[in-house]
Design a protein around this ligand. Structure first.
Ligand SMILES: *[C@@H]1O[C@H](CO)[C@@H](O)[C@H](O)[C@H]1NC(C)=O
Ligand SMILES: *[C@@H]1O[C@H](CO)[C@@H](O)[C@H](O)[C@H]1NC(C)=O
Ligand SMILES: *[C@@H]1O[C@H](CO)[C@@H](O)[C@H](O)[C@H]1NC(C)=O
Length: 362
C-alpha cells in the first residue's frame, strides 16, 4: 500500500508541474485529488475538466464553548472563512454542547469539523417541520436540520449532530426533525454520531462516504437522494410502534444515486422496515450487515402501494446475517444479490471514492 501511495503522490507532483497549479494537499484532510473534476453547477471550473482546482494552504480554527478557542460558536467559525475558500480549513471543536443551528454555504468548500470525540462534542438544535420560520411559513423537513452543509468537500470527524425535538407518536404530522443535512458533493464522515427521531439524517444530494458512524432515529432516519456509501456504521432504531431505516429518493433509472450499507449493524427497537421506496427508482443495498431481531415482516415498504414501485426499485441484500436477516429477504422485489450484481455497491467506487478519499480513510 505504501508504494502505491508513493506512486500516486509522485503522479500528483508531475501533474502539478505540468499544469503549474497550486500545491496539492497530500498530507492532511481526506481530499485526494487525482485529476478531480468539480461538477457543482455553481462552479466556474467545469469547463477545465481534469484540471485540479483544489485547495492550497491550511488554516486551523479553534472553537470552544467554554471560551478557550478563537470562537465559542461553530457558526462564527464558519462565518470567518472567506467566500470562495481555497484553503483546507480544519475547525477544531472542543468538548461541549453547541446549542446552535449551523449552515456551511456552497461558497465555502474544503471545511472539516473536527470534534473531540462523538460522545463529547455535540452540535444540537430542535426545529421540527411544522415549526414556523422567520417568514411565518412552516419550515418543512429539509429546513429543520441542526447542521446543513451545501458546500463540496466537507468532512466531519469525531463529532455528533442532534435534533432534540421529542420523538413523535405514531400518526403525528409535522414532527420531522433532521439533525444533519448534507447537500454538498464529496463529503466524508468518520466517527460521527447522528441523533434524532423522524428523518434524522437528510442524505440529500451528492456523493458521500460515512465510516464508523452511529445513526439513530425512528422513521426514515436516513433519507434523500444522495449517492452514499455507509461502511461499518451502526443504525440504531428508537421506533416505538413501527419504524424504518432508509428512504431513498432516486427518481429515474438514469440517476446514479442510492444507499449502500456495507458491514453495518442494525440494532434497537422495532418492528422496522429496512428500506422504503421514496422515489420511483429507489436504490438501497445492504451487504455483510448484521440485523438484530427487529425487522418487520416483509422487511421493505413500497411507500404508497399505488405507483407500482415494486417493479422499478432496486432493493438488494447480500450476505447479511443475524436473527433479523431472514426477514430482510421477505418480499420478492428485494432480491438476494449474487457477487456480480452486489459488487458495485461493495466498493468505494460506488461514490467515485478513489478520486477524493485518501486510501488511509477508506
Ligand atoms: C463565476 O464567474 C462569474 C464571472 O466571472 C462570477 O461573477 C461568479 O461569481 C463566479 N462564480 C463562482 C462560483 O466562482
Ligand atoms: C466490520 O465492522 C466491525 C464492527 O464495526 C469491525 O470491527 C470490522 O473490522 C469490520 N470489518 C471490515 C472488513 O471492515
Ligand atoms: C400500475 O400498474 C397497473 C397495472 O399494470 C396500471 O393499471 C396502473 O395504471 C399503474 N399505476 C401507476 C401509477 O403507474
Amino acid at each position: 500500500m505504501a508504494s502505491l501511495y508513493s506512486f500516486l503522490v509522485f503522479f500528483l507532483l508531475i501533474f502539478t508541474f505540468l499544469f503549474s497549479i497550486a500545491p496539492l494537499p497530500v498530507t492532511s484532510s481526506h481530499l485526494y485529488p487525482l485529476n478531480s473534476v468539480i461538477t457543482t453547477e455553481t462552479s466556474n471550473y467545469t469547463k477545465h475538466r481534469h484540471k485540479w482546482v483544489g485547495p492550497s494552504g491550511h488554516r486551523l480554527i479553534t472553537v470552544d464553548v467554554h471560551g478557550y478557542g478563537e470562537f465559542s460558536s461553530v457558526q462564527a467559525a464558519v462565518d470567518s472563512v472567506a467566500e470562495d475558500n481555497r484553503k483546507n480549513v480544519v475547525i477544531q471543536i472542543g468538548p461541549g454542547y453547541y446549542i446552535e443551528k449551523v449552515v456551511v454555504p456552497a461558497s465555502k468548500p474544503y471545511i472539516t469539523f473536527q470534534g473531540s470525540g462523538r460522545d463529547v462534542t455535540v452540535i444540537e438544535w430542535h426545529d421540527r417541520a411544522s415549526d414556523r420560520g422567520a417568514d411565518g411559513q412552516q419550515l418543512r423537513t429539509y429546513h429543520t436540520a441542526s447542521v446543513t452543509v451545501f458546500a463540496s468537500y466537507f468532512s466531519a470527524r469525531n463529532i455528533s449532530f442532534k435534533n432534540t425535538a421529542p420523538a413523535p407518536m405514531p400518526g403525528m404530522e409535522g414532527w420531522q426533525a433532521a439533525a444533519f443535512r448534507i447537500s454538498g458533493d464529496k463529503a466524508f464522515f468518520s466517527g460521527c454520531g447522528f441523533y434524532g427521531a423522524q428523518d434524522t439524517l437528510c442524505d440529500d444530494a451528492g456523493r458521500h462516504y460515512f465510516k464508523e458512524c452511529y445513526i439513530e432515529g425512528s422513521i426514515d432516519f436516513i433519507f434523500g437522494n444522495g449517492r452514499s456509501f455507509y461502511k461499518n456504521c451502526e443504525l440504531h432504531s428508537i421506533a416505538t410502534r413501527f419504524g424504518s431505516i432508509a428512504a431513498q429518493d432516486r427518481k429515474s433509472p438514469y440517476e446514479k444515486t442510492g444507499f449502500a450499507f456495507v458491514n453495518c449493524t442494525v440494532t434497537g427497537t422495532g418492528p422496522l422496515y429496512v428500506g422504503r421506496a421514496m422515489g420511483q427508482y429507489s436504490r438501497i443495498v445492504f451487504a455483510h450487515t448484521y440485523f438484530d431481531d427487529v425487522v418487520a415482516h416483509g422487511g421493505w415498504d413500497d411507500w404508497d402501494h399505488t405507483s407500482n414501485k415494486t417493479k422499478t426499485v432496486f432493493f438488494g441484500v447480500y450476505k447479511c446475517w443475524g436473527p433479523g436477516a431472514a426477514a430482510v429477504r421477505g418480499v420478492s422485489w428485494a432480491r438476494e444479490l449474487d457477487y456480480e450484481s452486489a459488487h458495485p455497491f461493495l466498493v468505494k467506487s460506488f461514490v467515485n471514492g478513489r478520486h477524493w478519499i485518501a486510501p488511509s480513510d477508506a
